[in-house]
Ligand binder design. Structure first.
Ligand SMILES: CC(C)=CCC/C(C)=C/CC/C(C)=C/CC/C(C)=C/COP(=O)(O)OP(=O)(O)O
Ligand SMILES: O=P(O)(O)OC[C@@H](O)CO
Ligand SMILES: [Mg+2]
Length: 257
């Protein structure tokens, strides 16, 4: 039953994930649910969690993680998420996070990395594979702020201090001038502090790309604050793994207004 629904929706949405996101974000703040394959304990957890997220109104699933993600694991997660009528988007830490079972991939460059591999190297290796698989791409500037977490460490980010909005604006403007459509301000998964509203507001004021914000967002109030500062898309990961009921509350709070 669900499979049938997905195959119809998938056909309708093929190649249209960017326009789905753009159009929806003109109406409301979106929430993307980050599923890290390495943090999914078992099949039942994913089935019940994903249903709760979908029913609460999450706008897309993002799938990715920095450590411990094999192709088998990735595909088994994607097989389950494919059943929903919302996009399933790869969030790659490297070239191992590519699969034809997703609807789209965030084609990210970690702009504030000191390592050229994360700025342009991985993208060069991935591009022909993505083309062959026919995955839609979301051209994304990935900018790591403050804490940075595992992504910041592995990606050799020269992190932007939480209080340096000028730097975040400069990177985001550069991303826009390079033609990127999304800016993702990332505090790092599990960050004790989120990206600050002041930084979000400054970036929003100076750029017209879609603004994604993630890292350490754990409450509906914080998510609402970041949304009202100008975030178009709120991403949560840890909260989904640790407290699904709170995640559901957060999603309802930002998307049902
Ligand atoms: C375009 C392609 C194929 C790859 C781009 C590769 C780039 C630029 C990666 C940036 C650096 C990096 C390591 C990003 C990680 C993004 C990610 C999946 C974060 C999710 O959080 P985790 O790092 O898994 O956090 P936990 O430690 O909480 O699990
Ligand atoms: O796990 P959390 O802290 O919600 O962070 C989500 C995301 O920004 C990580 O890339
Ligand atoms: Mg992770």
């Amino acid at each position: 039953m669900l499979m049938k629904k997905k195959s119809m929706i998938a056909m309708k949405m093929k190649g249209k994930i960017n326009s789905y996101i753009q159009q929806l974000s003109e109406k409301k703040t979106l929430h993307f649910s980050l599923i890290d394959p390495d943090k999914v304990p078992d099949y039942n957890f994913l089935v019940s969690t994903s249903k709760k997220l979908y029913d609460a109104g999450t706008s897309a699933f993002m799938v990715g993680g920095t450590l411990g993600v094999s192709k088998d694991k990735l595909d088994s997660i994607l097989d389950i998420l494919q059943d929903y009528s919302i996009p399933v988007i790869l969030f790659p830490s490297n070239i191992n996070i590519i699969s034809e079972k997703a609807d789209a991939i965030m084609f990210m460059s970690l702009l504030n990395s000191d390592d050229l591999y994360y700025v342009i190297g991985a993208q060069v290796v991935a591009a022909p594979i993505i083309k062959r698989l026919g995955l839609e791409i979301l051209p994304t500037a990935y900018i790591i702020v403050g804490f940075g977490g595992t992504a910041g460490h592995v990606g050799r980010a020269r992190v932007i201090p939480f209080d340096n909005s000028d730097l975040a604006v400069a990177y985001s403007l550069a991303a826009e001038y390079l033609g990127m459509k999304y800016v993702y301000l990332e505090a790092g998964s599990g960050s004790p502090e989120t990206v600050r509203p002041e930084m979000i507001a400054a970036v929003k004021k100076s750029t017209s790309t879609l603004l994604m914000v993630g890292g350490g967002i754990k409450s509906a109030d914080k998510a609402k604050l970041l949304a009202s500062a100008g975030a178009n898309i709120i991403v949560t990961g840890n909260l989904i793994e640790n407290d699904i009921e709170r995640a559901v509350k957060l999603i309802k709070a930002i998307t049902n207004n």
